[in-house]
Design a protein around this ligand. Sequence first.
Ligand SMILES: O=C(O)CCC(=O)C(=O)O
Ligand SMILES: [Fe+2]
Length: 346
Amino acid sequence: MTATTVHTVPAAEPVTTETFREIALSDDVRDLLGDQLRRLPDPNIDIDHSTARLLQIFSTLPTALLQQVLDFGRHIDTPGVTLISNLPVDAELPDTPSDGGPSREKKSYVAEGVLLGLSGLLGEPMGVLTEKAGQLVHDVIPVAGGAMTQTNQGSEAFLNFHSDIMHDVIGRYDVANPDFLVLSCLRADHEGVAGTFYADARDISAALPPEVLDTLRSPLFRLNAPGSYVRDVAGGQEVLSEPVPMISGHQDFPEIAISANGVHPLTSGGREALETLQQVCRQVAHSVNLAPGQALLINNRKGVHARSAFTARYDGRDRWLQRTYVRRSLWNVRYRVTEGNRRVHY
Ligand SMILES: O=C(O)CCC(=O)C(=O)O
Ligand SMILES: [Fe+2]
């Protein structure tokens, strides 16, 4: 400290520029979690009781590991994506449901416990009536009719870099949408080639030519509503948001929102910038071929995710993920709450 210093500043927190992290449980920790989760009843029956119980179970994780997950949820400078490996799995896994789920044959709830337990360390699981009928545990499974779609039912087509957004009468689809997604793998695809990609907006911004970043930071884009909304509610018609930027907020901590089901640029410059954006996402992305016992924590504001093409056989052994949508708090989305279920939005 020099003589001219007139006030002290608290020691700076270590600022991380790391955008991907991997955490692996030891076998002992995995088995301890597994023993407790095997006794869990179906967590959907009383979700608030179950999430309380899961918080007790997950609080027995080693402190350093628990802190990494908590830090993922609470800090602005932590990675946008984290892979957790060597999680416990169900002793018996029934066929992958051919209708997209949920499975009616699943008898234990280890996978659901892992998914909701991790989710509870980040915030509150939420459902949306137009996405998986408002369920809190989403099954992400290839469905024959949706193979080519830009939705989570797809397989044959590369699912472009996107955020999970929500149709909303306020005209913004990136406000009441989940802050986080947790994706947990129950079964990999047959060939083990399905990759989940994540591109962090910090890495994207650094890699973009400045003038393209400027364009993407301008309100020149209208997001199409999610495929499930367009298909089930809007009779196949596009339903566009008000004009928004693709990238917004603090330059060191940007937020990004891209719709999977199409972005409509208002200018030709905007169109070119969108193409560059998808290319840059591919360049900077981290990718993981999820395997059973692995889960990805995804920050849905710090970055965008994608999935590579893979081949589905619809034979009961196809890729099966479970997913939650997580809000840090349910309070500021209360304008969308439905009667009779305080976690489910219209
Ligand atoms: O299948 C995946 O790996 C990701 C799919 C996806 O985008 C999602 O579930 O939101
Ligand atoms: Fe997604």
